[in-house]
Design a protein around this ligand. Structure first.
Ligand code: ZN
Length: 390
């Protein structure tokens, strides 16, 4: 793109699949290069600024801080969707602003323009400092990467309405990005996820997801690795493998089984709606999936999302229509470095909707103590997901 960011196409339509046509991007935007030196008030050249992260000495968590000032001179018009093709082929109009300066696309991935995590040339994690000169407060460049994945050039619809072929392309994009981002210096974990619905805080309705490449292991994954390591020491087993086997043995909370995948509501689910989807074979991450597992995943994932969109219905007096579920769907993958063998690929889908028109807000003990209280039971969630199977 005009400011030096990558834009990567993943195609599943002709004539791109056959190679008859290839993509070529001409980005007309007047974007300043992202890593141009800044000129300060005194006219002195300063190095570009990136996001920083600080270590919370009380929890050991890294907290990225995205308050850095980038060269924010170009913003799409407020009424234009920045994820739609910016130059529709049939419109005959000029460029209309947006993040995808092309006439059309199937699936595209690009770096977020104002990311929470970003690698600057010549700046590494080792370039840390102590906040206010106090060793207790360690800070580092938040040297990761944030990418946006557009699932379709069609502004309307959602992931659950995509064709299996398109979902298959998106799986390919996730796997490719996981491989590429894992190879960047200092990246410890790659998280592909989608937020759907304004209740989750999604501001752009255009079907899209995100990928975060973290320069640290996230708190949830750290907790999972601690548990998995302790479990291995105690039993010699693999925690995530054994959890899947136990769920399959019990069967009570299993909601979907295909040749290669199993979906279940975990026995200690904490969200009003929560379901996990895991491969039957031990797989560390998305790149580790075989061709047939990817094919099967496209179908299983779509079936799961369609059931979630039937989970809640409007009251009879309001018409009884199914409610599109706001959700967060995220892929847990093995970490890049230490503890990699303790990981096992699985998708976690959660929702904050607990009843039609009623959102779960974090209660005092949940926000204050990170101690969760479920408003329902995992068995009830599973029974509903079984009930809405067609
Ligand atoms: Zn759009």
């Amino acid at each position: 793109m005009a400011d030096g960011r990558d834009l990567i196409y993943f195609d599943d339509t002709e004539a791109y699949v056959s190679g008859e046509r290839t993509r070529r991007l001409d980005d007309p935007r007047p974007l300043p290069a992202r890593f141009e030196p800044r000129i300060d008030a005194d006219g002195v050249e300063q190095p570009p600024l990136g996001p920083e992260m600080r270590l919370d000495p009380l929890t050991g968590d890294w907290i990225p801080m995205a308050s850095h000032r980038m060269n924010r001179t170009f913003l799409p018009a407020a009424d234009a969707c920045p994820l739609c093709p910016a130059r529709p082929a049939d419109s005959g109009t000029d460029y209309s602003d947006g993040e995808v300066p092309d006439t059309d696309y199937d699936v595209v991935v690009f770096e977020n323009r104002f990311p929470a995590l970003m690698q600057l040339p010549g700046v590494g994690l080792e370039d840390g400092w102590a906040v206010d000169g106090e060793d207790l407060w360690q800070a580092r460049p938040a040297a990761g990467r944030c990418e946006v994945v557009c699932f379709s050039s069609d502004h309307t619809g959602s992931f659950g309405g995509l064709t299996p072929r398109r979902v298959r392309t998106i799986i390919e994009a996730w796997a490719d990005r996981t491989t590429e981002l894992s190879a960047l210096p200092g990246i410890e974990q790659v998280f592909c996820f989608e937020n759907r619905g304004k209740e989750i805080g999604v501001t752009l309705p255009h079907p899209h997801g995100q990928i975060y490449a973290f320069p640290f292991v996230t708190p949830r994954t750290q907790a999972m690795l601690r548990q998995a390591a302790a479990y291995r020491d105690r039993t010699g087993g693999h925690l995530l493998r054994d959890v899947l086997d136990a769920e399959r043995r019990a069967g009570t909370r299993v909601v979907l089984e295909t040749e290669h995948w199993t979906a279940y509501v975990p026995a200690a689910a904490r969200w009003p709606v929560e379901v996990h989807l895991a491969p039957n074979r031990d797989v560390l991450d998305l790149p580790g999936l075989t061709e047939v597992e990817r094919e099967d995943l496209a179908l299983a994932y779509l079936e799961l999302l369609r059931r979630l969109d039937r989970f809640f219905v409007e009251p009879e007096e309001a018409g009884g229509a199914p409610i599109p579920l706001p959700y967060i769907a995220g892929w847990h993958q093995a970490v890049v470095g230490e503890g990699r063998e303790l990981g096992r690929l699985h998708l976690q889908v959660i929702s904050v909707l607990r009843a039609p028109g009623k959102l779960k807000y974090l209660a005092g003990v949940e926000s204050g103590m990170a101690s969760w209280i479920s408003d329902t039971t995992p068995e009830r969630i599973a029974a509903r997901l079984q009930e809405v199977a067609l």
